[in-house]
Ligand binder design. Structure first.
Ligand code: GDP
Ligand code: IMO
Ligand code: MG
Length: 430
């Protein structure tokens, strides 16, 4: 069985969670390979809205085993809160169906404090991080002083934890921030360890064996292509490999398991971004308010993790084509088509202009988009409410033309479009 990978093609929040939920129905394993609780993945099932930050969205299906890979940075406090939330909905989250890599890194409250202090110190040029400690946890991984889940299995764990907390306290104090309480962190981690030890697994062995036995593995990306540490709008990115190749290092899967992989790019029908950084097709004013929504609906463009209003704009086809290249996408899914209803003119960015020169493709990465002026293809919109549509032929022809334009621009087939947040609000493309 090939592996299927779900990745965001934009700056996150494309609707990956609900797509993972869709494919999890036929998956044996659903695995996160990057990031931490900076992610916020929403899944709507009937009247219940699940907001997941760490545990793969597949957990909602009773048969799927959820896996947290070595590429992740995990805050045990958030993880336990999420496990409790799921239990409250009657979802079983024991060690038999939630496995955590021994090599995943731990986020401590010190990482969170340092993340906030560092971003505040950047002043006007801040990144607008989620404040979840992601950057500092990956920094500690890279400078090789980080704590991994496997450290919790050793008697030296508390010593290592205390040393790390003290070292970060020095950094906090040099930034003028409050130091953390070493003893309190130690007490909390003693508790986290006692609960989480049975969940720790060699995820590489688990998933490689499963792949050999023809199990279906679904990889759930967090964030999006343009937030990738290498290929995103650096420095306005997150600190992990968000793109499809990150699946293999982030789960400990060999490259031959990539043979025949389905690489599904999830793309919103327009563009959004939360946090700072370039955004060539950003719009403000009336259209922005229409795309963003007022905040009354749970799907309006306000961050799942931080509640911040998302910046919005027209779909950027140049960046989407870039996402196809970087991820090797084999198919696309377009979400939030329903939100475009009522906009009588739609725009897709098909190139940029800089100093009078036309640019059709991203060269030297997308970091320098600041003064790029978008060139748009304008298309007619539609007025009909499409939330109840389930068949391709019932979509307004303008909506079908919009999708056809995306396929043509990217050279990748659109498999499905979503017309509302609920599980069944999807239309298979023809
Ligand atoms: P993720 O981070 O990629 O999983 O996306 P988020 O969950 O952060 O944000 C996507 C938001 O859009 C959530 O509130 C979803 O419930 C909602 N959503 C997803 N697909 C659709 C859709 O087709 N239509 C509408 N109206 N909302 C959607
Ligand atoms: P999902 O998985 C949207 C953004 C932050 C900030 C930048 C760096 O829900 O799509 P970080 O805390 O990671 O150091 O912040 O990345 N960011 C996201 N934006 N969706 C996400 O995840 C994000 N995760 C991080 O807003 O701009
Ligand atoms: Mg999100």
């Amino acid at each position: 069985m090939p592996i299927q990978i779900i990745v965001g093609t934009q700056w996150g929040d494309e609707g990956k969670g609900r797509i993972v939920d869709w494919y999890a129905a036929k998956s044996d394993f659903v695995a996160r390979y990057n990031g931490g609780d900076n992610a916020g993945h929403s899944v709507t099932v009937g009247n219940t809205l699940f907001k997941l930050h760490l545990i793969p969205s597949g957990i909602i299906h009773p048969h799927a085993v959820a896996v947290l890979g070595n590429g992740m940075v995990i805050n045990p406090q958030s993880l336990l809160a999420e496990m409790e939330m799921l239990k409250g909905h009657g979802i079983l989250v024991g060690p038999q169906r939630l496995r955590i890599s021994h090599a995943a890194h731990l986020i401590t409250p010190s990482h969170q404090a340092l993340d906030k202090a560092l971003d505040a110190a950047r002043g006007k040029g801040n990144i607008g991080t989620t404040g979840r400690g992601i950057g500092p946890a990956y920094t500690d991984k890279a400078i090789r002083r980080g704590l991994r889940f496997s450290d919790m299995m050793e008697s030296s764990f508390l010593n290592k934890l205390n040393t790390l907390t003290r070292e970060i306290n020095n950094q906090l104090s040099s930034l003028g921030a409050d130091e953390m309480d070493v003893a309190k962190i130690e007490q909390d981690f003693i508790q986290y360890r006692s609960i989480l030890l049975p969940y720790i697994t060699d995820v590489s062995i688990l998933l490689s064996d499963a792949h050999e036995k023809k199990a279906f593995i679904l990889a759930e990306g967090a964030q999006g292509t343009l937030l990738d540490i290498d290929h995103g709008t650096y420095p306005y990115v997150t600190s992990s490999s968000t793109t499809a190749p990150g699946v293999f290092s982030g789960l400990g899967l060999g490259l031959t398991t990539a043979n025949g992989a389905i690489v599904t790019g999830v793309c919103k029908s327009f563009q959004t971004r939360v946090g700072s950084g370039p955004f060539p097709t950003e719009v403000i004013g009336e259209i922005a308010e229409r795309l963003r929504g007022s905040g009354k609906n749970p799907w309006d463009e306000f961050g799942t993790t931080t509640g911040r209003a998302r910046r919005v704009g027209w779909l950027d086809g140049v960046l989407l084509r870039y996402a196809v290249r970087i991820n090797g996408l084999t198919e696309l899914i377009i979400t939030k088509m329903d939100i475009l209803s009522g906009l009588m003119e739609l725009k897709i960015c098909v190139g940029y202009r800089k100093n009078g020169v036309e640019i059709r493709d991203i060269v030297f990465g997308p970091s320098n988009l600041e003064d790029y002026e978008p060139m748009y293809e304008t298309m007619p919109g539609w007025d009909e409410d499409i939330c109840g549509v389930r068949e391709w032929d019932r979509l307004p022809h303008q909506a079908r033309s919009y999708i056809a334009a995306i396929s043509k621009l990217t050279g990748v087939p659109v498999r499905m479009v979503c017309v509302g947040p609920e599980r069944e609000q999807v239309v298979t493309a023809k």
